[in-house]
Design a protein around this ligand. Structure first.
Ligand code: SF4
Length: 380
């Protein structure tokens, strides 16, 4: 008798839909039990998760937490990435974006140039994401006027700007406290801060790759001050370079401790390192990207959102990561330069329709959000 080829259920198999989850967990069974019970994971368990080859078990656990917190909801925002300058007094080894003043490729945008971009495109901008190099020749008013000017053009635009590294730099350059700088910027229109500049908290890596950048303690101190003043932020982790798995997990635990204290983080965003050397093997693979999302979701039990930054991992891996713990696809982005100057081959922008398609095809519910994760429009 003819037997159809393809998915079928033999009589002695469990009912469709039944999954022998414990069996599939292999040696992660004990962690799975803790995740199911909503228990916090330890440093050692985080390291085991990163080292596992059982990627589907890892994804399944991360997905449990993702759905417990956010259901099928998947967020995106209509945003514009604006890098106002790449002139920087530092020279972090991993960075392909910075230039010294006068060097080929160096740029500094005037306020008018920025305002013209915003005026010409304000219907498509819910959030302005703005970061730049540490330019030591600009007056303090440049930053204050930048924020005021954008709010004047359209007060509905949320401004997420300046990493903790930039904030500390402003305080040092202009002889102000970090608190004073943050209060001034908030008054001028700053709504939230991005999570950049955290890189990886390991002192060993920092000394080798960006010795002159503020350390982990200073980054955390600026972020805690911002949260205390009512300025929420994201948090990032740069991975795929010379850091060890243990250092990644340590980074996550330190972020988790800050969040326990302040509750000021919206999203964790793992950022894959882009080497500037063409045949380097120092780059994060697709599996590493998925692991970083999943382990982030499992370790950061107090973070409301895990963001798959499609610019760094590519839209297709980012889409798959929606089943590995991620619930946010960032946004339309446009004009991103930090990763593209490092050779990222991803698109420079995605349209709202493309984001909705990516999310729907992953079996998730797209929700256009504002910078504070308020829903603007759903696409069930
Ligand atoms: S990573 Fe930031 S601080 Fe470091 S060189 Fe690049 S722009 Fe400057």
């Amino acid at each position: 008798m003819f037997e159809p080829i393809g998915p079928h259920v033999q009589k002695n198999e469990p009912e469709p839909g039944y999954v022998e989850e414990m069996h599939l967990m292999g040696d992660l069974e004990d962690i799975y039990r803790k995740v199911s019970n909503g228990e916090r994971l330890t440093r050692e368990e985080g390291v085991r998760l990163y080292n596992t080859d059982n990627i589907l078990a890892l994804g399944h656990m991360a997905n449990l937490v993702r759905e417990r917190i956010n259901g099928a909801n998947t967020y995106f925002v209509k945003n514009y990435y604006l890098n106002y300058t790449n002139i920087c007094e530092l020279d972090c080894k991993f960075c392909s974006f910075y230039r010294k003043e006068g060097q080929e490729g160096a740029f500094l945008m005037s306020l008018d140039q920025i305002f013209n971009i915003v005026k010409g495109d304000k219907e498509n901008i819910t959030e302005m994401h703005m970061v730049g190099g540490l330019h030591n020749g600009l007056p303090y008013d440049y930053y204050l006027d930048l924020l005021r000017g954008i709010k004047k053009i359209d007060p509905r635009i949320y401004i997420k700007a300046f990493t903790a590294v930039e904030i500390e730099f402003f305080a040092r350059l202009y002889g102000l406290t970090v608190e004073r700088v943050l209060l001034d910027l908030k008054e001028a229109g700053l709504d939230a801060m991005p999570g950049g500049g955290a890189e990886i908290f390991s002192q060993r890596v920092r000394e080798k790759m960006f010795a002159d950048k503020i350390g982990a303690e200073e980054w955390i101190s600026v972020i805690k001050t911002a949260h205390r003043l009512g300025i929420p932020s994201n948090a990032t982790m740069l991975y795929g370079h010379m850091e060890k798995v243990e250092e990644r997990v340590d980074h996550l635990i330190r972020l988790r401790e800050v969040q326990d204290e302040t509750k000021g983080f919206f999203a964790f965003i793992p950022l894959a390192y882009h080497p500037h050397v063409e045949d380097s093997t120092q780059w994060a693979t697709g599996i590493d990207n998925l692991k970083s999302i999943a382990v982030g979701r499992l370790m950061l039990d107090n973070f409301p959102h895990i963001k798959a930054y499609w610019i760094s991992m590519g839209p297709k891996v980012a889409q798959i990561s929606l089943s590995f713990g991620a619930d946010d696809l960032d946004g339309t982005v446009r004009d991103e330069r930090v990763f593209h100057m490092a050779g990222a081959s991803t698109e420079n922008a995605l349209t709202k329709r493309q984001l909705v398609k990516l999310i729907k095809d992953a079996g998730r519910v797209p929700i256009e959000r504002d910078a504070l994760y308020h829903a603007i429009e759903g696409f069930a």
